[in-house]
Design a protein. Structure first.
Lengths: 300, 373
């Protein structure tokens, strides 16, 4: 965005900001920041009794969170999130390009199709995915049906499509693809078409134009898409829980266990905040990059 | 300027968008080495015509030939033409030199030759020292030069210019006009320019095509367009004009007379008109071809018309002082208004005309352009 901070215009009522801004600020403070602060405090605490936590200011929970067992799960989560982001980018770029070059009517339909899954409950979507992937699911029964048509083949062995890492990545990609497509689309849609035409006019083919003009120009949007996909994928809970096997749990599943079955809130809090710090780092990176490109745009 | 044989030919080119006909059966020829302008109001199809030449649009019907080769279906990156875009379309993420070298780079022209040609092109547009700058550090005029250099460095057969001067301020536009002309003479490449600005077209082009609603109205040199317009649209679009509707009353081989409502005497013309007596026609009379005379009992006598002809009396209802000249609006007895333009030849005008003054308007028998449509 090229707009900067606006000076308050004369005649603009100062009360307007307070009246409009206060309710959401109070809401956020009471229901988001305060609980978060409590969890943050817990991360420096110790269990005294089953229900009593003393905030003692020790780093024990963090130290434990960085032990190889949990570090491995964290690294695995980062790996899942990175793979998901990569696949989303490879799938999302052509989709975003297609949408931004479609006619206005088709564009609306395509955007609707991308956003449609948002309007369905995540749990239901994940269950639907289970119905597709499981051993007697849609894919396997369809394949089995086809297999049965060919005489003389050995009995059909269903493909292992669920309760493994593959299913987790499929689920994560399915859920997070819109997070990638929408920022990419926004960046590509803003792209000055005459730059693409100029590149073609100067003798570049379509691939060269994509590589030398479209991607560099859309870079802020690409980085936004990557970060906006990566962060929620990193903290994903449902996909590994419902689609994954015993070996494919992610950090969010471990955190959930600490707060519920293990009843170790300080450790759960420390793991949560470890994830938060990573997220903050990613967001900081994004804002630095977007500030730099905004400054360049403002000068242009 | 020397102009040779045909370099571009449009043959029956039509472009439709759904039911809208943007370009309607255009036949047009551009000659080698000329500066050609496509002129018309917005939405007349001139930009579509240019974009079809560049390859960004494919004609619905007809063909386009460049150097005798049918390029109708050839994609833009394989055509021997290059374009200067209206907003210049300079790549913001590349330096000036990289912008200019882009077309050579994608053609696989490497290293020292590319560097040399980029340098030459930058020198051509007087940006020698700015090769390492980024586009956001350039003024609008400089960015246009980058766009020019970037297109010319490819040594195209034809350079296409889409409203090249419209984004510049008035002073710079004047300077750039001269420079574009010199540049074209220097590189000897055929230029095809799209513009809605008639002054720009008249000042720059060797020949102009005037378009309206997708149709080619007239193709001629600037002076022919101005003095010998083919239709009321062209007469009205190019410059300012008094359009008089009349009826042909006398038509002899060596003169003709046209009755115009509100004029005491028919307008006398010093040439014959093709048309039967009684035909409705139009006289296009340019404001600078109408003389203003101080009121006197006997009307003035324009040299080549019989006494009492081609003069009307009126009252000045508006004066617009334009510096080099003044534009007078004169109301005749029946209320119709004519515009007359008078050069301000002296600094202190003894013969000044004032608002409300009664005057004679007079014009020569050769001055009105006769239009049949």
């Amino acid at each position: 965005m090229s707009g900067g901070h606006q000076e308050q215009r004369p005649g603009q009522a100062p009360g307007v900001f307070a009246a409009v801004g206060l309710p959401p600020i109070v809401w956020l403070a009471a229901l988001f920041i305060a609980p978060l602060a409590v969890i943050w405090a817990y991360s420096f605490g110790e269990n005294r009794t089953l229900v009593d936590i003393a905030i003692t200011g020790n780093w024990g929970s963090y130290a434990r969170a960085l032990k190889p067992l949990y570090l491995a799960i964290l690294l695995k989560s980062l790996g899942f999130a990175a793979l998901t982001t990569l696949i989303c980018f490879i799938l999302g770029l052509p989709v975003a390009l297609a949408i931004s070059f479609a006619s206005p009517r088709v564009k609306l339909l395509l955007l609707l199709a991308v956003m449609l899954p948002f309007w369905t409950n995540l749990l239901i979507r994940t269950y639907a995915l289970m119905a597709i992937l499981r051993t007697e699911g849609l894919i396997n029964s369809a394949l089995g049906g086809l297999w049965g048509l060919v005489p003389g083949l050995p009995p059909f062995e269903p493909l292992p499509l669920i309760n493994n890492n593959f299913a987790v990545v499929v689920g994560l990609v399915y859920v997070h693809l819109p997070f990638m497509v929408l920022p990419l689309y926004a960046a590509l849609d803003r792209l000055d078409r005459s730059l693409i035409e100029a590149s073609l006019d100067l003798g570049a083919g379509h691939l060269a134009t994509l590589w030398r003009v479209v991607v560099p120009m859309a870079l802020p949007g690409i980085i936004s898409g990557i970060i906006i996909t990566f962060i929620p994928a990193l903290g994903a809970y449902l996909a590994p829980d419902l689609l994954g096997g015993t070996n494919s749990q992610m950090i969010a599943n471990v955190i959930e266990r600490q707060f519920r079955s293990a009843n170790d809130w300080p450790f759960g809090a420390a793991l949560s905040f470890l994830l938060m710090y990573l997220t903050f780092a990613a967001l900081l990176l994004q804002s630095l990059i977007s500030r730099r490109s905004a400054a360049r745009e403002a000068r242009a | 300027m020397t102009t040779g044989q045909s370099i571009i030919r449009f043959e029956g080119v039509t472009k439709r968008y759904g039911k809208v006909v943007a370009v309607d059966n255009v036949d047009l020829e551009v000659r080698e080495g000329e500066f050609f302008a496509l002129l018309g109001p917005s939405g007349c199809g001139k930009t579509t015509l240019l974009r079809m030449l560049a390859g960004f649009e494919v004609p619905s019907e007809g063909r386009i030939l460049i150097d005798g080769q049918d390029v109708t279906q050839v994609p833009p990156n394989k055509r021997p033409v290059n374009m200067v875009f209206q907003n210049y379309a300079v790549f913001p993420h590349m330096s000036v030199a990289d912008n200019v070298g882009y077309g050579l780079k994608v053609d696989g022209i490497g290293g020292s030759e590319r560097a040399r040609r980029v340098e030459e092109a930058l020198a051509l547009v007087k940006l020698d020292a700015l090769g390492s700058r980024r586009p956001d550090q350039l003024s609008g005029g400089q960015r246009q030069r980058v766009a020019l250099a970037r297109a010319l460095v490819k040594r195209p057969r034809v350079l296409l210019l889409d409203e090249p001067l419209s984004a510049l301020d008035a002073k710079l536009r004047e300077a750039m006009r001269t420079e574009l002309c010199q540049l074209q003479a220097q590189v000897g490449i055929t230029f095809v320019m799209v513009t809605h600005d008639q002054d720009e077209a008249l000042a720059l082009a060797d020949r102009c095509a005037v378009m309206q609603r997708g149709l080619l109205q007239q193709v001629a040199s600037p002076s022919d367009l101005y003095e010998f317009p083919a239709s009321r649209f062209v007469a009205d679009f190019i410059g300012s004009v008094n359009m008089l509707e009349g009826r042909l009353v006398v038509d002899e081989p060596d003169h003709a007379e046209v009755a115009v409502a509100g004029f005491d005497q028919p307008v006398f013309l010093d040439h014959g008109v093709t048309g039967a007596a009684g035909t409705t026609l139009w006289l296009a009379l340019r404001p600078e071809k109408i003389e203003l005379h101080k009121w006197a009992a006997t009307p003035p006598h324009p040299g080549d018309a019989p006494p009492g002809r081609n003069v009307v009396a009126g009252t000045i209802t508006h004066v617009a002082y334009l510096g080099s000249e003044s534009l007078y609006e004169v109301a005749l007895a029946d209320g119709q208004k004519l515009k007359a333009l008078r050069s301000n030849l002296t600094r202190w005008d003894q013969e000044d005309f004032a608002l409300g003054e009664t005057v004679w308007l007079a014009w020569h028998a050769c001055s009105p352009a006769v239009l049949l449509s």
